[in-house]
Design a protein around this ligand. Structure first.
Ligand code: PLP
Length: 398
């Protein structure tokens, strides 16, 4: 069947692939510890669920304003202003179907065919896929030797007349790294100097561990405001991944374009969901992300300590945010595990699923052979059981 080149330029999300495989095994009665989850195991705040019921009972089932309910845009603008320290007005915010669609619309708004977009590597695979769909060319910026944060000299070496934007994702998926404010300021100043857009994905911005600081590029370099598209989400901070609720903020002209594109693609985010987001957007539920941060800090410690007792696997960095550990497994590659040859990371994650009954996401989903991502967004007893099993199986490396 002939399909458009644009469609053939991408394959399905690999992170979803791992999740599906783990769930398929579970459905067959095989007990799997799922370290591949890209979402919290928490129930969302009760107030949000009640607000969703109330919205469904009220007459809120029609199309809404394309950019979102005016009250929601207003509340989000205030929240973004308060969290970032950079003033944003309601007209500079669009509510989108998850951060994912917001990112997609931003790519469509900014990229012409042939434009280059710098993307972190390792990085979330969707960035490159969306850039390709928009006709652009993703250019990986290797960060594994620069603390999993883009280095300005490397950005400069990769810059060409076709460089149009840079994707920054902090806290980062898959590494959990947080871009230190001084480094973010250097990157923002570089982007301003060369008129390069910053697509700033801060979906995990509220999930930063104690000791690390999340900052907005325009709070550090005010001139960056005109060139920054901020991408936020309720998915991770309020445990509502399935609601598909995200938002985009940026300069008015860009936001109007994102709104136009949304009017022809999704129309608007599900009306009842938008109503149910209001209490969170108004900051009335901030105790929830605070509680999530405390739980994640405990799990982070638990995983970190357990990893020191497991052979052949080591953290590639100490994560400071999100809920991921990025693990260096290069020591196992080219050897055997429980008698099975392990030539590469994809094979390793398959073998570990069979032998240790744990699901880990291969680094190849993020452009990083030799690494795996471990999500600790699961209950502590599951973490303990999964890591004990991993420890045991890892003694079988020959
Ligand atoms: N950006 C990053 C870096 C992510 O890891 C994810 C989800 O895993 C998203 C965006 C998508 O978030 P949403 O559920 O709001 O679409």
């Amino acid at each position: 069947m002939r399909l458009a080149a644009r469609a053939n330029s991408v394959s399905g999300s690999k992170t979803s692939g791992t999740r599906n495989k783990a769930e398929a095994l579970r459905a067959q009665g095989v007990e799997i510890v799922n370290f591949a989850a890209g979402e919290l195991d928490f129930a969302p705040p009760g107030e949000m669920v009640r607000a969703l019921h109330a919205a469904a009972d009220a007459d809120t089932h029609r199309y809404t304003d394309t950019a979102g309910l005016p009250a929601l845009r207003e509340a989000l603008a205030e929240r973004i202003t308060q969290l970032s320290g950079v003033p944003y007005a309601a007209q500079e915010v669009v509510v989108t179907t998850g951060a994912k669609h917001g990112l997609h619309l931003a790519a469509l708004a900014l990229l012409d065919p042939g434009d280059q977009a710098l993307v972190p590597n390792p990085g979330w695979g969707t960035f490159a896929a969306q850039i390709r769909i928009a006709g652009g060319e993703p250019v990986p910026v290797e960060t594994s030797d620069t603390g999993f944060v883009p280095d300005v000299d490397r950005l400069e070496a990769l810059r060409t007349p076709r460089t149009r934007l840079l994707v920054l994702n902090t806290p980062n998926n898959p590494t959990g790294s947080v871009c230190p404010p001084e480094q973010l300021a250097r990157i923002a100043a570089w982007a301003v100097a060369h008129r390069i857009w910053i697509v700033f994905d801060e979906c995990y911005g509220e999930l930063v561990l104690p000791g690390a600081a999340h900052a907005h590029p325009a709070a550090l370099v005010p001139e960056a405001r005109d060139l920054t598209v901020g991408i936020g989400s309720f998915s991770k901070s309020f445990a509502v991944t399935g609601w598909r609720a995200g938002h985009v903020h940026g300069p008015r002209a860009l936001i109007d374009t994102v709104k136009n594109l949304q009017s022809h693609t999704a129309s608007n985010v599900t009306s009842v969901v938008q109503h149910a987001l209001l209490p969170a957007a108004r900051g009335e539920l901030d105790g929830f992300p605070e509680q999530v941060r405390q739980v994640l800090a405990r799990r982070h410690r638990l995983v970190g300590e357990a990893l020191t007792t497991i052979d052949h696997i080591r953290p590639a960095t100490t994560p400071q945010g999100a809920f991921y550990y990025f693990l260096d497994v290069r020591d196992v590659l080219g050897r055997k595990l429980g008698g099975e040859p392990v030539p590469d990371t994809d094979t390793l994650t398959g073998v570990l699923m069979e032998q240790a009954r744990v699901a880990l996401t291969p680094g190849t989903a993020f452009g990083a052979e030799g690494f795996v991502r471990l999500s600790y967004a699961i209950a502590e007893d599951r973490i303990v059981a999964g890591l004990a099993s991993l420890r045991e199986v890892m003694t079988g490396v020959e």
